[in-house]
Design a protein around this ligand. Structure first.
Ligand code: ATP
Length: 212
């Protein structure tokens, strides 16, 4: 069987157990060889009061050191402008070839926003989508995505062997953790411990991130 790679993109401001536990479970359920964490660049006006791109990358690296099959992929931060996801997938495809099965992992909130993404309909030509439940988001799926779900869904994740083009909706352990909530706790002088790895929290404290 050819290689199987998962891709979890995000701002990771900061990375937390909602991301990490999901990455682990998707990796197990789909038999992935690796899950790549891809921190995204952000327009400058959105970068305050969060962490810088370098700091977000450092936190993702610290989290990935915990082991498993996590790989940090910094290609979006190495570009001189924020890149579109479809471009990231194209650049990865150019490296790995057509045979490798590629799974783009995203939460339900991100999936519902898909129609606003640049060239979103091309994403399924490059990868399959893995949609995670997010217990803290109660969003109605747009009509256009209902049709897509009906046409492309694979109900048994173990049955997904295509290199691209399918949608897998997963019932991973629901964790109502968000970076927004972690930043809010820190902003109020409260502790987000046990919502994210200790190594990441230590980095936040040492660098004085997200403080009131
Ligand atoms: P913020 O609160 O700042 O918007 P976030 O917690 O949603 O951040 P992101 O870095 O924006 O984190 O998320 C990256 C990807 O991980 C997105 O596809 C998002 O839907 C997904 N994700 C984030 N948190 C969870 C979670 N607790 N469970 C499942 N998926 C999640």
């Amino acid at each position: 069987m050819s290689r199987r790679i998962g891709l979890l993109g995000g701002t990771f401001d900061p990375i937390h157990f909602g991301h990490l536990r999901s990455a682990l479970e998707v990796g197990e359920l789909l038999g992935l060889d690796e899950v790549r964490l891809v921190p995204s660049a952000r327009p400058p006006h959105r970068s305050l009061p969060g962490a810088s791109a370098r700091q977000r990358l450092n936190m993702v690296r610290l989290a990935a050191e915990a082991g498993g099959n996590l790989v940090v992929d910094d290609r979006e931060l190495l570009r001189d402008r924020p890149s579109y996801t479809v471009e990231t997938l194209e650049s990865l495809r150019a490296e790995i070839g057509d045979d490798v099965a590629l799974f783009m992992i995203m939460g339900w909130d991100a999936f519902c926003g898909l129609p606003s993404w640049h060239r979103w309909e091309s994403l399924l030509d490059l990868a399959s989508l893995v949609v995670l439940q997010r217990p803290d988001y109660d969003l109605e799926v747009p009509e256009v995505l209902k049709d897509l779900l009906a046409a492309r869904s694979v109900t048994d994740p173990g049955q997904s062997y295509a290199s691209h083009g399918e949608i897998v909706c997963l019932a991973q352990t629901p964790l109502a953790i968000s970076a927004t909530h972690i930043r809010a706790l820190l902003g109020e002088g409260r502790s987000p411990r046990f919502l994210l790895p200790d190594a990441v929290l230590n980095y936040i404290e040492i660098n004085g991130l997200y403080q009131p």
